[in-house]
Design a binder for this molecule. Structure first.
Ligand code: 13P
Length: 247
């Protein structure tokens, strides 16, 4: 059986590094469950948070890495820089795709860079509202998986995690259904097999308006092994309730 994993993506929160350390300590103090726990603080807080939770059973992730290893890329952070501070990195989040113009070619390069640096990648895929309405969800995620894994050296997926995050469900209070997430997870794993990846070993998380209330649906959903949680991960009590649902 695949290990369950719940990761809090803090996005551009909380406001100060001190607040981030405090939140990380609160998450580290949550009662342990069988699900593995992770947090993805903003890049400026990574070092302080990594220090604060060292030795605790809490994985730290970066929210993004650059596709090049080093050089003249003002404001960017390389996978190598992240190594030592974090166990892994989120790659291909829809907000980064939207705000920084990342297409699948760039996401593929970021994923390859993260794997080469020894980071555990959480690759995000998911369809837009229009694609959802058009009934294209499973086709879109299958296409993204094939394109986003294209730059990986064969057999080097590392400890890949895939997060299925339908864009229309992120931050809207309108989560997908468990059945929809299961169908997406199935399409993701079929596409992974098409890339010669041992899909049964890859955890697939659901993300998009996961809360203490909505999580029940996804904790029960076939093929879903955990959650990537945005807003609700900023409240340790609510995040704790989400984690417990995946126990
Ligand atoms: P919300 O849980 O705030 O909808 O965000 C989901 C997300 O984007 C996690 O990466």
């Amino acid at each position: 059986m695949r290990a369950r994993l719940v990761v809090g993506n803090w996005k551009m929160n909380p406001p100060t590094i001190e607040d981030a350390v405090e939140l990380a300590r609160a998450v580290a103090a949550l009662p342990r469950s069988s699900a593995k726990l992770g947090i993805a603080p903003p890049a400026v807080a990574l070092a302080a948070v990594a220090d604060a939770v060292r030795g605790r059973d809490l994985a730290v992730f970066a929210q993004d890495v650059h596709w090049e290893e080093k050089g003249a890329f003002t404001g960017q952070i390389s996978a190598t820089m992240v190594r030592g501070l974090a166990e892994g990195a989120i790659v291909g989040h829809s907000e980064v795709r939207r705000d920084q113009g990342d297409d699948d070619v760039r996401v593929a390069r970021k994923l390859a860079r993260a794997v080469a640096a020894g980071l555990r990648p959480i690759l995000c895929v998911g369809e837009s509202e229009a694609e959802f309405v058009a009934g294209e969800s499973t086709n879109v995620v299958a296409r993204q998986i094939s394109a986003d894994l294209a730059a990986l050296v064969r057999g080097s997926v590392g400890r890949l995690v895939v997060a299925y995050e339908p864009i229309w469900a992120i931050g809207t209070g309108r989560p997908a259904t468990g059945a929809h997430a299961t169908a997406a997870a199935r399409a993701i794993r079929t596409a992974l097999r098409g890339m010669d990846v041992d899909a049964d070993a890859v955890p697939v998380l659901y993300g998009g308006s996961v809360s203490a209330k909505s999580v029940v649906e996804f904790a029960r959903a076939d093929g879903i092994d955990g959650a990537l949680v945005g807003g609700a991960s900023l409240d340790p009590d609510e995040f704790g309730a989400i984690v417990r649902a995946f126990t």
